[in-house]
Design a protein around this ligand. Structure first.
Ligand code: GCW
Length: 670
């Protein structure tokens, strides 16, 4: 423990030193020195000591008293902040709640909000969890910010610098209310459950605990066969159950507050109960029973689809709805926000609300697998809020976010991608917050309170997701990425003999008549999975919201849109608007040159250049490709393509480098 306190002091020193290096490593936790007022805590404990230290370091107001007290209005992790007789009182039933109160007080100080205003907060979800897709070799699936934070080789005796990074990670999460983390990829190596790895997991769990963060693991369903020596992983087999029971006992001996398992089963080649003729419920329940005595939970992913000819968007629903009522009460079905796969825009997954007897949680993707990686500025709060307009937070048990964090100095690759980590935490705590509130909070803590800067940048952030949708996949288009890793455009790409649902034409279905996936009653009828009113709304071409149009309908190129334009023209204007927005973001950012330190300024400026280059690329590629079907001219008042379609098809656009990009093309967009 003493070692930890020492490390925390070291960390705090380092942080003030880091003030000079503006590499983004300080995240949103950049407060100036505190004024050493009187801070009182009811006792010493790892968590309360952190709370006191944070205040000592940054609080500039009246004396503070931390109070542990039951209160009918507060959930265990809730808190209140009041001012009484010249003292600020932060009160909560638990130490964690007190720590959250401290971070809120400091955040309000950074925003220059009046300290006398009483605040009472309770988290909307008890479980607010990051999912790392980190592999044991330190690669990160869909990670764009360096390598995995977890230095597995040295986790039995981590170096001081690694320890500091782990503590900073925990601190950043605690500051926004994240209270749990799944350390490893859902495509899980069985090795994570080996005894030596569990020891390493314990190291992290011990470091995170004072910050209120519990550790979970993704597990491979076939572990009893691949790690153990059993001949089967059949969830109804006695030896299999015993194997898992022993494993659980071993884990909880090391980590008494271990949270539980996350499981990707029978999906994209992962093993699962179906391999043994059992259902998802059989598999999930077996693990749930094993964890139950320790109060552990199972998060069982609904991301399943097989290469059959049924619409991929329907498959999770078809698989899970019939199992409703069969799951144990410590199983939560973890569902991606949309029915396909974290596309730039999807309607919400109709599986939400369709299993009334089974707990559900949403899985958002913070890492920008389909949104320009760590190169494009896309603030995701508006996208998540759009989901929350359809799915009431009260109908879910938890919120998960696939992390965008790695070893890059600035944690997330793009400085503004930090805002997505921040937004996820804040929405998991309070889904009622508006995107604008969150942008403002993040901006003031990250760049200070200059009113014009905050207004300009917040407008840019709020527009950014829609801009990406516009230049990549407007009007309900989806999954038209090239095979080069979900980054550049590739609506024309096919893989002879490959799975149809891994090929873009499966999703856009362009032909000489029109474009879009017919999911109405005359097509795959995926619309019927939605509640009656939405079902009818989406099924009808006249009433279907235009942002989801080509998701649900195959629409003639000449169809008249609400604007009075044809579908083709409308599509062109969307692509063009996306490009214009990217150009505008460059202007907005450049305008801040005198207000932002040179290092962060140059970093964001360079990223925005790439974003505009890519936006043009997307627009030209998609319009020139779809033109081969529509045969209609690109409206003459919009920017002309600067690439030829043939040249674009040869490009293999990769991130951060330009492999296979002919020099003349790079010059064209520079
Ligand atoms: O979005 C897709 C990704 C896979 C990922 C999978 C999943 C972890 O392309 O990389 O695997 O979803 O969510 O399981």
């Amino acid at each position: 423990m003493q070692r930890n306190i020492l490390l925390i002091c070291l960390l705090l020193c380092q942080l003030s030193f880091a003030a000079r290096a503006e590499d983004g490593s300080r995240l949103w936790l950049r407060q100036e020195a505190g004024t050493q007022t009187d801070i009182r805590a009811p006792r010493h404990s790892p968590t309360l000591d952190i709370a006191v230290d944070e205040l000592r370091k940054a609080w500039q107001g009246a004396p503070v008293e931390l109070v542990l007290k039951r209160d009918k209005t507060l959930k265990p992790e809730g808190f209140s902040i009041t001012e009484k007789a010249g003292r600020v009182v932060i009160s909560s039933p638990t130490e964690k709640g007190v720590l959250y109160g401290v971070y809120r007080l400091l955040q309000r100080q950074a925003e220059r909000l009046p300290s006398g205003t009483p605040v009472t907060e309770n988290p909307a979800f008890d479980l607010r969890i990051l999912n790392h897709w980190d592999n044991l070799d330190r690669s990160v699936e869909r990670g764009y910010a360096g390598r995995s934070l977890w230095n597995w080789d040295e986790l039995s005796a981590p170096s001081d610098s690694d320890r500091l990074r782990y503590i900073e990670y925990a601190r950043a999460n605690a500051s926004i209310g994240i209270n749990a983390t799944v350390l490893n990829n859902v495509n899980a190596s069985p090795q994570i459950l080996a005894t030596d790895y569990l020891q390493k997991v314990k190291t992290l769990a011990d470091l995170f605990r004072p910050y209120g963060i519990r550790v979970y693991l993704s597990v491979n369903f076939a572990s009893p066969m691949t790690l153990g020596e059993l001949k089967t992983a059949d969830p109804l087999d006695k030896e299999v159950v015993t194997w898992w029971k022993n494993k659980a006992k071993e884990i909880y001996r090391l980590i008494p507050d271990f949270g539980g398992f996350l499981v990707k089963a029978n999906s994209e080649g992962q093993p699962g109960p179906n391999d043994f003729g059992r259902t998802h419920a059989d598999g999930a329940n077996m693990l749930a029973d094993v964890l139950k005595p320790y109060k552990g939970i199972v998060m069982w992913r609904a991301f399943v689809y097989s290469p059959n000819d049924d619409d991929r968007a329907k498959q999770a629903y078809l698989e899970f709805v019939p199992l409703d009522g069969q799951f144990r009460d410590n199983v939560i079905i973890q569902i991606k926000n949309g029915p396909v796969d974290f596309q730039p825009r999807e309607p919400y997954s109709p599986l939400f609300g369709a299993t009334p007897h089974t707990d559900q949680m949403v899985e958002f993707q913070i890492t920008q697998e389909y949104l320009g990686f760590a190169n494009h500025l896309a603030f995701l709060a508006p996208m998540w809020k759009e989901f929350l307009e359809f799915v009431a937070p009260a109908s879910m048990r938890a919120m998960a976010g696939v992390a965008n964090i790695g070893t890059d100095a600035n944690w997330c690759g793009h400085l503004f991608a930090q805002a997505n980590w921040y937004a996820f935490g804040r929405l998991a705590w309070n889904p009622e917050l508006s995107s604008a509130d969150i942008a403002r909070e993040w901006l003031t803590q990250t760049f200070g309170t200059d009113e014009a800067l905050v207004n300009d940048l917040s407008r840019m952030m709020l527009d950014s997701h829609e801009a990406v949708v516009d230049y990549m996949m407007p009007l309900g288009l989806h999954h038209i990425f090239s095979f080069s890793g979900h980054y550049g455009p590739g609506p024309w790409q096919t893989m002879p003999g490959g799975r149809p649902d891994w090929q873009p034409p499966y999703y856009h279905r362009a032909d000489s008549i029109g474009v879009g996936f017919n999911r109405t009653h005359t097509g795959s009828n995926a619309v019927a999975q939605y509640p009656e009113t939405l079902h009818r709304l989406y099924d009808d071409l006249q009433t279907c919201p235009e942002e989801y149009l080509l998701w649900f309908h195959h629409v003639p190129w000449t169809h008249l849109m609400r604007s009075g334009r044809t579908l083709w023209d409308e599509m062109c204007y969307h692509y063009d608007r996306g490009v214009q927005q990217a150009r505008r973001f460059q202007q907005v950012w450049d305008k801040q040159e005198s207000k932002v330190d040179a290092e962060r300024f140059a970093h964001v400026q360079a990223k925005l250049r790439i974003q505009t280059r890519d936006a043009v690329w997307w627009k030209d590629a998609c319009l020139l490709y779809f033109h081969t079907f529509s045969k209609m001219p690109i409206p003459y008042d919009i920017e002309r393509p600067i690439h030829s379609f043939d040249a674009l098809k040869r490009v293999f656009l990769r991130v951060g480098n330009h492999e296979n990009v002919p020099e003349e093309m790079l010059n064209a967009v520079r």
